[in-house]
Design a protein around this ligand. Sequence first.
Ligand code: GLN
Length: 477
Amino acid sequence: MKQYSSLNEVRKDILDGRIVLRELVQGYLDNIAARPDLNIFLEVFGEEALAAAESVQQKMLAGKGGRLAGMVIALKDNICYKGHKVSASSRILEGFQSLYSATVTERLLAEDAIIIGRTNCDEFAMGSSNENSAYGPVGHPINPDLVPGGSSGGSAAAVAGNMCLASLGSDTGGSIRQPASLCGIIGIKPTYGRISRHGLIAYASSFDQIGPFTHSMEDVAAILEVISGPDNFDSTVSQRPVPDYSAALGVRKKYRIGYIRECIENPGLNPEVKQRTIEILDALRNEGHTVEAVDFPLLDYLVPAYYVLTTAEASSNLARFDGIHYGYRDPESMGIDNTYTRSRTHGFGAEVKRRIMLGTFVLSAGYYDAYYGHTQKVRKLIRENTRKLLTDFDFLATPTTTNVAFGKGQKANDPIAMYLEDIFTVQAPLAGIPGISLPLGKNSEGLPFGFQLMSDVFTEEKLLAFSAELMEKFVSK
Ligand code: GLN
């Protein structure tokens, strides 16, 4: 099957009669079925997607298709879809069905997107390799022995492996941008408060944001226009109107770009990633953009601050999974305390338990001020310093990840090495700003890596326009 890289291409082929939507859906289903070894989908909604294809096709031909008509999309397994299972890749939610749809799901469906299935991820979105899923790891579409990144590894691999046109993931500390980087596609974490979190299974509520994976900036714009904006079910969503991102994509301006010196000079940065990043920055300078190094001495505090705050929030959010209200209950439970203990002990995986314990500790009496309270202040400093830089610069640039995809098992027993995967991606969610990973690099073995741009809160129009320029210039078709 032809690999489509944008919704406009799909639409053109449908309207010109070169393909019918049902065939396209069938093609994606065949691609999914051909690679069970990659373990990308936890469930495929085949019959439903084929039936939806028939009705959307008719609407399209009658000129009545919604804004996402023709888009085949997958949902990360932490986004609710009424009447469908959702597990956050955890045993503790085994068998649980969503009682309502997430706001993003409703908005996608209202604009005629076709949901093809739910994708594997790290349990409760905690991880950077998709090895923390209760349903087994995901393989990288280029080489199944490598990880696709995480935690939205299945969503990224599904798009990279041509099993759907786009997908949604969630990003708390990098879970969209890091797998986008390792899989060679686009992934964006929008501004905190741009998109409703209603119906997203919470990990760390003051960080979590939903965002898309795509091959093209056109599709990023189209999806964001549909899923962003105020929602009565989530009071943290901004009331700001949603801009016409698609129209903004064509804007070309000369920008001020600050690249973070501590990232480029980081000893852990792979030399090929470093070289390509510098090459891109030089080319931008030659084209008349202002490109300067900036210092961000707080870099070393980002990962520790992220892990104190997110584990604290997780320990509170995950308290609801008690063996009574949702999903799994340990069959040998007796009495209330024992039900909680046994269900949580057997229902959660090791990484989730590690984070619940760490989070409970940093919030506990006697330690609260020293850890949680103190780190809130550190977060404020990070946010203020980052936003100050963004008054001098339109964008902050870094590599998305220090390296390309690593081997399955390579970091699984070393939580610190795994946590350092997030070194360049946690700044954006700590500061609440948007960040995007663009597939602008490949190493000598053909493995992809991303280039990250961050901009100030609610400046997605500018971020998308400049990203479109970079995609045009630095991605060979
Ligand atoms: N890899 C990071 C973590 O393990 C980020 C996860 C995320 O963004 N959901 O927490």
